[in-house]
Design a protein around this ligand. Structure first.
Ligand SMILES: *Cc1c(COP(=O)(O)O)cnc(C)c1O
Ligand SMILES: [Zn+2]
Length: 499
């Protein structure tokens, strides 16, 4: 719709109008400093940071209802910079000029109601939010759009010139980083991946985008240490979720859920997997910001899910007494939720901080942590996809987590869950192949269920001596016989009746 066709009272708000005063704040010593420089940790105490808007109180000058209408009308606005995560510009990056926004089609991923038989089977109403339908096929694009728009802004202002962007990755961060960096002139990217611990599809992505790809022995946590050493000692831009700009962009996930559910989250449960804990940080932070601005009046329940093979956050919250909780990193084991196979999550201090605030503002426990088995993750992924979904293994983890949370009594009868399928199923096709081929190495602890296995059937009737081959087609009688026999064979296997 053209700007002049919008209602008069909305027109002044269609384009971003709020001027934020963004600062980094340290979660350890509360020190604050400016955003003119890329920073990842506090220069005074070394803790992780979050970005705050010192002008945030002004967002309350606009009523919650008016904000809702602004976002709803922006849906109809054909302005590239506001088509993705920056529909919520005032809450995501109110210092980034629209000319600096990088939009590659991220965000506004569909919320798909689970099919009726699957909902019956599970016994809860639920939806998948398909974040695999982002441009690089995972939710990481939300954070990269924010981080790279910020870098672009710094380039345009002349605060930065040549940028080398780096990240450690379990696969999807590097795919997103390489994609967004390759779009932006003046930015090159290098990614560090744990050798043989990303899928071939994920490895192909940064290679295709022209990034320099390093494979490192060990697991993600080892790669992260190297990237931290590089970013501490050299002039590079770190694109891991340690970079607080990533968190800002990923808050869009919460804003979209609010908007998709007509801003009524009174019976909503948001379920998502936890790896480095950047995503759950962003999801909590996003709901908190909308809550404080009066855009939503209930904070939804949040369920964070971890695999038994990589469960440090779950273990931390096992201790009911806040004063006795102690964070202990774990040594990870092989996991099909490979993008979440992280034993020492960088965002743990953010999670601890936000969980306290979230439950305090909600007036009671609204955050829950569950663990699930590798078997359940894999079974649930396949089950979901047999019911019309495109869940990745982490989407399967969300579904397994929903069932675990239900057992724990997290749900009441009116609750509806939104499950994060964080990436696209095809990125993790190799795990499905291992399941169907019954080839899982023992360390995964997964035994395929016969009724979920599916394999192709090769059709070559024994009495057929001539079959076509590429470059060697059949013709005449040979072709007729081939078609007739193969059709007959398939009809027999499918038990088809003649018309
Ligand atoms: C990165 C990732 C996760 C984990 O998210 P964190 O922010 O690291 O907790 C889960 N699923 C997929 C597909 C991912 O790429
Ligand atoms: Zn500090």
């Amino acid at each position: 719709m053209k700007p002049e066709d919008f209602p008069k009272e909305i027109r002044p708000y269609l384009q971003p109008f709020h001027q934020g005063r963004l600062i980094y704040r340290c979660l350890g010593c509360q020190a604050e400093f400016g955003i003119e420089k890329l920073a990842y940790v506090c220069p005074q105490c070394g803790q992780v940071l979050l970005i705050y808007d010192q002008n945030a109180a002004r967002l309350k000058d606009i009523s919650g209802e008016l904000w809702q209408r602004i976002f709803d009308y922006r849906r109809m606005l054909n302005l590239d910079a506001l088509k993705g995560i920056y529909r919520y510009h005032e809450f995501i990056g109110p210092v980034i000029p629209l000319e600096a926004v990088i939009y590659l089609g991220e965000g506004h991923t569909p919320i798909i109601e689970a099919n009726p038989s699957l909902q019956d089977k599970i016994g809860v109403r639920f939806y998948f939010k398909n974040d695999g339908q982002n441009p690089s096929a995972s939710f990481k694009d939300r954070g990269m759009a924010s981080a790279l728009s910020y870098i672009n802004f710094m380039l345009q202002k002349g605060y930065l010139s040549e940028v080398l962007a780096i990240c450690a990755s379990t696969g999807d961060t590097s795919a997103a980083a390489a994609l967004y960096a390759s779009y932006l002139p003046g930015v090159k990217s290098a990614v560090l991946l744990p050798h043989k611990k990303v899928t071939p599809q994920q490895l192909s992505q940064p290679l295709g985008s022209g990034a320099t790809v390093f494979e490192i022995p060990g697991v993600f946590d080892d790669c992260m240490k190297i990237v931290e050493a590089l970013s501490d000692n050299y002039n590079v831009a770190l694109l891991n979720s340690k970079n607080a700009w990533r968190i800002l962009g990923q808050e869009s996930y919460s804003y979209e859920i609010a908007q998709d559910l007509e801003y009524d989250l009174s019976h909503t449960v948001v379920v998502l997997p936890i790896g480095n804990a950047g995503n759950i940080t962003a999801v909590m932070s996003g709901f908190l910001k909308f809550y404080e601005a009066g855009i939503i009046d209930v904070l939804p329940k949040i369920v964070g899910v971890q695999s038994e093979h990589a469960n440090p956050v779950y273990r931390y919250y096992l201790e009911p007494d806040e004063a006795n909780r102690q964070f202990v990193p774990v040594t990870v084991k092989s996991s099909v939720a490979q993008a979440a196979m992280i034993g020492n999550p960088v965002s743990m201090p953010r999670v601890i901080h936000l969980v306290k605030r979230y439950n305090k503002l909600a007036g009671g426990p609204r955050t829950f942590f569950v663990e699930v088995s590798e078997q359940d993750i894999m079974d649930c992924e396949i089950l979901a996809n047999r019911n019309g979904h495109i869940a990745c293994t982490h989407g399967g983890e969300s579904l397994a987590g929903l069932m675990a949370a239900q057992k724990r009594g997290v749900f009441d009868s009116r609750d509806v869950a939104v499950l994060d399928s964080t990436a696209h199923a095809i990125k993790f096709a190799g795990f499905q192949e291992m399941y169907f081929g019954q080839q899982f190495p023992p360390d995964y602890n997964i035994s395929p269920k016969q009724d979920l296995i599916n394999t192709p059937v090769y059709v070559h009737p024994e009495d057929l001596d001539k079959v076509p081959a590429p470059g060697r087609p059949l013709d005449g009688k040979d072709l007729e016989r081939f078609v007739a026999r193969v059709a007959q064979e398939i009809a027999g296997m499918l038990g088809l009746k003649k018309v």
